[in-house]
Write a new protein. Structure first.
Length: 79
């Protein structure tokens, strides 16, 4: 899917990102919890849950400092 999105995130002193909210399809979603995170050749991936238990995978590409919506999922708990 890989759709560019606008994300508000907190970056700590070591540079670790924590997504706080993101805009997609004319809506703003507040991140209620962050689950699995991993790094690969694409960038830093974050599984996040928003209100209603809906899951999203966000991708932060460090080289370009751009965020993408990598995939959306069903309502469920974060693993």
């Amino acid at each position: 899917m890989m759709e560019p999105i606008e994300v508000t995130a907190h970056f700590d002193q070591s540079g670790k990102a924590t997504p706080l909210r993101f805009a997609w399809k004319k809506s703003t979603y507040l991140v209620e919890s962050t689950g699995r995170q991993w790094q690969d050749e694409q960038g830093q991936h974050f599984m996040v849950m928003v209100m209603g238990g809906r899951l999203f995978e966000l991708l932060f590409v460090c080289d370009t400092r751009c965020w993408y919506l990598a995939r959306t999922g069903q309502n469920r708990s974060l693993a």
